[in-house]
Design a protein around this ligand. Structure first.
Ligand code: ADP
Length: 602
């Protein structure tokens, strides 16, 4: 079954594990047609080069390895990556390369894609990788766009696409308000299942709901209900280690009666002994095949936004948020954005608002924003309060009293704005309903792609201002408009900015790379580091966490060499290289601007 609107077809959740739920079919079709309209690149082009082989592996050896794995998993579950590369779009993303390539499309590519169907088949795949010395790179869904998508860090590694055949919701425990999922369960899928079962539970979702619940959590992604710290709200993992052994963390390490899962697996995260769960997040120490999550019981809620007129209001906004967040008056992790994002989410294109190359000027932004429902302003705060109506009213009174100290601040409820305003989508996301809205801003540029820059700042006006100034000045230097989204908690801010570039423009890509590299260096000089980054910037970011002669990286490398002596699992992910790769030209530091040849090529 397919959903069709304006003759554009999108895959549905019934026909594909990563597909679109029926309720979003028309929205998806419309979003896809806007992406297609804005594309000048052909869907696919003939490959310039043949299959990118794993490093150090001959074609003959590779073919022998593929044949053996096909024998073990079934021929249809191992695909050699030799077809033209298709970038697709969010709901039809590739698992062969980085759809948002920041270098040549054919550079960050796999040699093959493997589809295991069970934890045992993941174990067999890992043993096969050890036998043939082929690096493997696990993905759950592979929609980590802006951070590398589905691509492996080492070109020619084999991608293990876990989601295609391992997408079962293993359990939903309504009393404990928890679930256990396999890698291929998306936010959409989990949400639809909870609705089908009519359970009063929420799924905390990121801005877009097509990602893997498990994959996002182990990459330490965030969402916007009170359960927005995804890794913090996980409870129990099943992990295949690089040597093929399998372990369970937390209470799951104790067998349940008669071979059942432990009944407290999703009740208590830490169990007994060292808490090792963290080492499987943002790492290359294991492949997570099952993961538990605690789910928020549904409650009443009220989304709202404030606008603030001046850029100089920024410090005061941050300093007002801090006590409100620390004392938990603020219900979730609110977002602070700039008014240019109102233009982006409404699907405006740079070229429609600005003549010639270069970013919009401040005057152009103000003129365009003044025609939008929130009017001209500089900062927009999106929040949500939870609980019974009387309690929400009391909370909002406190929040308004704080923010109205800023001259010119305005307050809006969704009912004050047109129904298609972005605030209505925030209201869904903030109450656990995964949406498909945050795509249109990509159309800012033709063939639009983006890179995330995500430093952490303390929730203190003067520190947040320092990061903002570095980022704003660097964007100006390299001719990009700035699209910051700040997720502001009580003590820290995830300052997340999107660098939007045209995939067909090699010059814009080089500017984006320089911009990233300089922002990483300049922020680190003041002690501000990234919480997450694109694959090709991971070495540089990791090298900024170098206190006491890089003691942290030495520790990670010690773990890596002990757990993965043959260095087969996701070499280079998060800057952690196994000993076979270290110091051999794979690391990409602050001076690596030309990314057109990553690592030794055979
Ligand atoms: P999403 O589609 O949810 O954005 P991905 O599946 O792309 O997430 O996962 C994000 C990143 O996390 C991947 O690039 C990979 O490095 C890592 N990852 C994802 N799933 C697993 C897993 N099951 N085990 C180990 N690492 C994983």
């Amino acid at each position: 079954m397919t959903t069709q609107a304006a003759s554009v077809i999108v895959p549905t959740l019934q026909e594909r594990h990563s597909g679109t739920p029926a309720r979003l079919g028309e929205i998806a079709a419309a979003a896809k047609s806007r992406v297609l309209e804005n594309r000048t690149l052909p869907t696919a082009q003939p490959r310039k080069r043949s299959v990118r082989l794993p490093p150090g592996v001959s074609l003959e050896k590779f073919e022998e390895a593929v044949k053996e794995l096909k024998g073990a998993l079934g021929a249809e579950n191992v695909e050699v990556n030799d077809q033209p590369l298709v970038d697709g779009w969010y709901m039809e993303h590739p698992n062969t390369h980085d759809a948002f390539h920041i270098t040549d499309q054919e550079e960050l590519v796999s040699s093959a894609t493997i589809y295991p169907g069970s934890t045992e088949e993941v174990q067999s795949t890992v043993r096969w990788a050890n036998k043939f010395g082929i690096p493997v790179y696990p993905i759950s869904i592979g929609r980590n766009l802006g951070y590398g998508g589905a691509a492996p860090r080492v070109p020619g590694a084999a991608v293990i696409d876990l989601g295609r055949r391992m997408h079962e919701i293993v359990n939903i425990d309504a009393e404990n308000a928890s679930c256990v999922v396999e890698p291929g369960v998306t936010y959409y899928k989990l949400y639809e299942e909870i609705q089908n079962r009519k359970l009063p539970l929420w799924v905390d979702t990121p801005d877009l709901g097509g990602g893997s619940v498990l994959g996002n959590a182990i990459d330490r992604g965030v969402g916007y209900t009170p359960y927005g710290d995804h890794f913090a709200n996980h409870c129990g993992m099943e992990v295949v280690l690089p040597n093929g052994e399998v372990l369970r963390t937390g209470m799951g390490a104790m067998p349940g009666p008669n071979g059942a899962d432990n009944p407290t697996w999703q009740s208590f995260q830490h169990a007994f002994g060292p808490s090792i769960d963290g080492i499987f997040s943002q790492s290359n120490f294991g492949i997570v095949t099952k993961m538990g999550f605690q789910l928020m019981p549904a409650t009443e809620h009220q989304s709202y936004c404030f606008t603030f007129p001046k850029d100089e209001d920024f410090e005061q906004i941050v300093d007002l948020i801090r006590p409100l967040a620390q004392s938990r008056v603020l219900g979730n992790v609110p977002q602070l954005r700039q008014v240019i994002q109102e233009l982006g989410v409404a699907g405006h294109r740079r070229a429609d608002l600005h003549d010639g190359p270069g970013p919009l000027t401040q005057e152009e932004i103000s003129a365009a924003a003044s025609k939008l429902p929130l009017g001209d302003c500089t900062w927009i705060f999106y929040g949500c309060q939870y609980g019974p109506p009387e309690s929400i009213k009391a909370q909002l009174d406190v929040i308004k009293a704080a923010f109205f100290q800023i001259p010119g601040a305005k307050f809006f409820l969704p009912s004050d704005l047109p129904p298609d305003h972005y605030l209505s989508d925030r209201a869904l996301v903030c109450s656990g309903v995964p949406v498909l809205r945050d795509l249109d801003w990509l159309n800012w540029e033709p063939n639009g792609a983006h890179l995330f820059f995500s430093p952490i700042a303390p929730t203190r006006g003067k520190d947040a201002r320092k990061v903002h100034e570095i980022v704003a000045a660097a964007h100006k230097r390299y001719g990009f408009n700035l699209f910051p989204t700040l997720c502001v908690a009580g003590r820290e801010i995830h300052y997340i900015t999107n660098i939007i570039y045209d995939r067909a423009d090699p010059e814009a890509k080089v500017r984006a790379i320089k911009l990233m590299r300089e922002m990483i260096t300049e922020c680190a000089a003041l002690g501000f580091g990234e919480y997450r980054t694109h694959l090709l910037f991971a070495d540089q970011v990791a090298s900024t966490y170098n206190w006491n002669n890089s003691a942290l990286m030495t520790f990670n490398e010690t773990l890596k060499d002990a757990l993965d002596p043959n260095g087969i699992l996701a070499p280079g992910r998060n800057g952690i290289w196994p000993k076979q790769f270290r110091g051999k030209g794979w690391e990409l530091g602050a001076d690596a601007i030309d990314l057109t040849s990553i690592g030794p090529r055979k």
